[in-house]
Design a protein around this ligand. Structure first.
Ligand code: FAD
Ligand code: FES
Length: 553
């Protein structure tokens, strides 16, 4: 007899029933939203905390791989377990109510901060989970929208969102719409989005750059730094003294926080990056954030990197025109069968997840040390992803050293293998950021062995050529045929079992999924990951690179 057990999910109190089937299948059948991905006990997405009740592990297929995700004593994987009694479970970092992509918000008020900057305060009809530094899109008629940064920490303002909006001459939102809006009006907001967010708590000295209302994106990061009592310095550029419209607040913070400095920089007196470099920060250890005009961001990035800042420690948002005519639009509609997405899918979300994944990869690569075992590297990567705010890893983190670089990801590796002074290493990440799947991987060469360097070079050439072929309209299958020939022409073998896959709002595993190499239509942008793994035909040397297919990579 298939006894049914009642499974309660804390703290919501929602329940579902489960019998002999896997708990993951029972929960999916009940219509509840479930975090999951691999279904083989490797990614940990479906991890729950068992607060009460008994369960048994799934019987393994003969010769099949055992679940490899490490669990604490009170944790269990839904995809690997059957209930043996009524149970009470908690799903860490997961809400059963999928946050809406679009919310309504009521205008609470607006006031002038300076002759051309307006502060707008709104209250969304449901609390938004906002990370310091993110923005929302204000929806306008006809599907158009405008981006504005959330200039406060909503969780500390009863959920209110504050914006600082510069009047743009002839601007549809900042002039026409904002001029007419009144307290009580209803607005539609999409988001929050963005990867220019507070990164982690490693205590690094923080250097902030803003021009004009770029300060709106920087202020929540400043507030976070002040709360954590780290050393923080702000350089704020403006054309005239009135542009430093939050001066009173900043001067007060200097009195309250001895580790905080701020410098107003008038355009007539120099540029923010010039002033900062003159102050001799310890750039090798700093964490830099920049918001505002695009020229300031690219010049500041170049100057800071030149001074020794590691590239992944420069985090920025350019305040460019954000109307429909200037924003990225998908090249073609997604295929309704092979490119299904969830209710929160958005290009802004996918782009932010990609950006944060690239940054995480660089941060992890910078911590790979000669002598470290693969196991130690995996533990370090897990800590880094957690510190940067990843809620899940939709696929396990793969790190491969030396001869393991020719193995496909699912094949077991030697956790005790040590990174040597002359070596080649692969890192492949699949983190989930704010409900969006990121996926990024690359190969790193230690020492200067010509074969290792040649592998990395060929890898990137094959990827770039295959991406170019995608722009010409090839199907997924044709892309991998093309990549195979491209690899061969360079003296390498393409590992075709690493064949590309879907990416969407988490979890894309809900939808029927093909590998990219079997797709008979041209893949759309921002829905697929192109994976390239090369192996040397005779030597145990391999490399891996992957990225989301997008028009402007
Ligand atoms: C992620 C993000 C966050 C942003 N956050 C803020 C914020 O917090 N505060 C803020 O004031 N702005 C912010 N911006 C910039 C803002 O979204 C744009 O300026 C927006 O287009 C203004 O809308 P509008 O309808 O008033 O003007 P539009 O109708 O979009 O533009 C009118 C004319 O002005 C030009 N224009 C518009 N904005 C700019 C600009 N920034 N630089 C140069 N030319 C421009 C347009 O090309 C067009 O010709 C942000 C932009 C992004 C991408
Ligand atoms: S571990 Fe269960 S879905 Fe991956």
């Amino acid at each position: 007899m298939n006894t049914r057990h009642v499974i309660e999910l804390a703290p919501s109190g929602k329940t579902f029933e489960a019998g002999d089937e896997l708990l993951l299948d029972a929960m999916l059948a009940s219509g509840l939203t479930v975090p999951f991905s691999c279904r083989r006990g490797a990614c940990g997405s479906c991890k729950v905390v068992v607060a009460d009740g008994a369960y048994r592990a799934k019987q393994l297929d003969p010769g099949g791989p055992a679940p490899s995700y490490p669990l604490a004593a009170n944790e269990m994987l839904l995809c690997q377990s059957h209930a043996c009694s009524n149970m009470r479970l908690e799903i860490p970092g997961w809400s059963l109510d999928t946050p809406a992509l679009v919310v309504e918000a009521t205008v609470l008020g607006k006031r002038a901060l300076s002759p051309d900057v307006i502060e707008l305060i709104v209250m969304p009809d449901m609390p938004l989970a906002v990370r310091a530094g993110q923005y929302v899109k204000f929806r306008l008629v006809d599907g158009d929208s405008r981006c504005f940064s959330i200039a406060n920490l909503p969780a500390e303002s009863d959920g209110r969102l504050g914006f600082q909006i510069r009047r743009v001459s002839g601007g549809l939102f900042s002039e026409t719409f904002l001029g007419a809006v009144e307290a009580g009006d209803l607005l539609q907001l999409e988001g929050p989005f963005g990867a220019c967010t507070w990164q982690d708590d490693d205590g690094a000295p923080v250097v902030l750059f803003a021009t004009g209302t770029g300060y709106a994106g920087i202020k929540p990061i400043l507030l976070t730094a002040l709360k954590r009592d780290v050393e923080v310095t702000l350089y704020w550029g403006g054309a005239q003294p009135a542009d430093f419209y939050d001066r009173v607040f900043l001067d007060r913070m200097i009195m309250d926080h001895p580790r905080f400095r701020w410098h107003p920089v008038l355009a007539s007196e120099g540029r923010v990056q010039e002033v900062a470099l003159g102050h001799g920060h310890h750039w090798q250890a700093a964490q830099v954030y920049a918001c505002g005009n695009g020229a300031m961001i690219s010049q500041t990035r170049a100057a800071c990197l030149e001074a020794g800042l590691p590239s992944h420690r420069f985090v920025a948002e350019a305040f460019v025109p954000s109307g429909r005519s200037s924003a990225g639009v998908p090249s073609k509609p997604l295929d309704p069968i092979w490119e299904k997405v969830g209710p929160r899918y958005s290009l802004d979300g996918m782009l932010a997840a990609r950006e944060q994944s690239i940054r995480a990869l660089a941060a992890i690569a910078s911590q790979l040390k000669v002598g470290m075992t693969t196991g130690e590297a995996l533990d370090m990567a897990a800590e880094q992803l957690h510190a940067m705010g990843a809620s899940h890893t939709w696929h396990p983190t793969y790190i491969r050293f030396g001869a393991d670089t020719v193995r496909p990801p699912r094949e077991g590796i030697d956790r005790q293998r040590r990174l040597r002074a002359t070596d080649i290493a692969v890192v492949d990440l699949g983190p989930v950021w704010d409900g969006y799947e990121g996926d990024y991987g690359d190969t790193f060469v230690f020492g200067d062995l010509p074969l290792h360097l040649a592998c990395k070079k060929a890898l990137h050439e094959v990827f770039d050529e295959t991406r170019e072929a995608w722009l010409r309209g090839l199907t997924g299958r044709e892309l991998y045929d093309f990549a195979e020939q491209s690899a061969e022409s360079k003296g390498w073998r393409l590992a075709r079992n690493l064949a590309g896959h879907r990416l969407a709002d988490f979890p894309h595993a809900l939808f029927e999924s093909k590998v990219l190499a079997e797709l008979e239509i041209p893949p759309s942008e921002m829905a697929w990951v192109l994976e390239i793994q090369l192996c040397h035909p005779t030597e145990p040397v391999g490399g891996f690179f992957e990225d989301m297919l997008m028009l402007q990579a």
